[in-house]
Design a protein. Structure first.
Length: 332
């Protein structure tokens, strides 16, 4: 058969101008075309935008300006003790920052605290969420109140409480632990100090993750778990194949919120060790540079880098969980 005959026998490709052909092509590639929004859905979307727009504008006004101001100040060699000697140096502050071993040490400590606390809190929070979800109806209110008490404690108060509990002079923890000497100084070296800091963070914020995961558990259809049990699935199989996939959005929100909060940790470190013995974090480094030494240019550069790290964590979390936030479905 000639080439002309082959071309005539070959069907023309579906164009994007034909909705039917486009839908058939998408189904052929394994993708289902999104159904058009109803008039009610469009009106609800418009109402949501109208209600959220004022808060969004205010939030942008109070956050975008400080960020832009910090980036602008980071381009200068600027100390409050010598305001007349302000000099534009471009990205030199960032060059000094990225070649400073103190910055990389503090970044490593910050990442360590973030990873450990979020991982432990995710496991403990999920267990607490299961307890609250499966508790007897008459005890649910009492359990939720008791579990959420630590999260209602002010962070500074919580940090002081844990500091006095582990302090070598006023602490009682040493007398409770049989393998620890009474004279052991928890805040005398990096490892035990970081352990206390992370334990205090976990105690304080695990209820927050449990509350978010509890909302995710409430959204798992009961008929799905019941059908899985009827089909012979074990408790672990039901949890892994039914419950967790339907909680992906709630897990992403919990991990994202806590990771962003943990990466900006300041209070516990400032109160317990003030950054001594290698426990300094990026937020404390920015505070010491800007407030302690009054180096506004370098302190602003650290703040900008901290902000970019937070943005990076948000992007990684959203892409890593592959949750479609634009659709109404719960899947990815």
């Amino acid at each position: 058969m000639s080439r002309a005959a082959d071309a005539a026998a070959t069907p023309a490709p579906a164009t994007t101008a034909d909705p039917k052909r486009r839908g058939a092509a998408e189904r052929g590639r394994g993708r289902q075309p999104k159904p058009p929004l109803s008039e009610r859905a469009r009106s609800e979307r418009r109402l949501g935008i109208m209600l959220a727009a004022p808060a969004f504008v205010v939030m942008m006004a109070v956050t975008v300006y400080p960020i832009l101001q910090a980036f602008y100040d980071s381009l200068f060699s600027y100390r409050l003790t010598a305001p007349d000697e302000r000099e534009f140096i471009g990205l030199a502050n960032y060059g000094v920052l990225f070649t400073d071993p103190v910055f990389w040490r503090d970044l490593g400590v910050t990442v360590l605290i973030t990873v450990v606390t979020v991982a432990v809190e995710l496991v403990l929070g999920f267990l607490l969420a299961l307890v609250m979800h499966n508790a007897v109806r008459s005890l649910r209110g009492l359990l939720r109140t008791a579990i959420l008490v630590p999260y209602g404690t002010i962070t500074v108060v919580s940090a002081f409480a844990w500091f006095f509990a582990f302090d070598i002079n006023t602490g009682f923890v040493n007398s409770w632990l049989p393998l620890v000497e009474d004279s052991f100084n928890w805040f005398g070296s990096a490892a035990p100090a970081l352990a206390v800091i992370m334990i205090s963070e976990i105690w304080k914020t695990t209820p927050f993750i449990s509350l978010l995961l509890l909302s995710g558990l409430a959204q798992v259809p009961g008929e799905l778990t019941e059908a899985a049990r009827v089909d012979g699935g074990t408790r672990w199989e039901v949890m892994r194949r039914v419950v967790l996939p339907n909680m992906k959005a709630a897990i992403m929100v919990a991990v994202l919120f806590r990771a962003l909060d943990a990466f900006r940790i300041f209070d516990n470190v400032f109160i317990m060790t003030n950054g001594a013995y290698g426990t300094e974090v990026l937020s404390l480094l920015a505070y010491r540079t800007s407030i302690g030494r009054l180096e506004i240019g370098m302190g602003s550069a650290i703040s900008v880098v901290l902000f970019l790290c937070v943005i990076g964590i948000a992007v990684i979390a959203i892409r890593g969980f592959k949750v479609d936030l634009t659709s109404s479905g719960k899947g990815s």
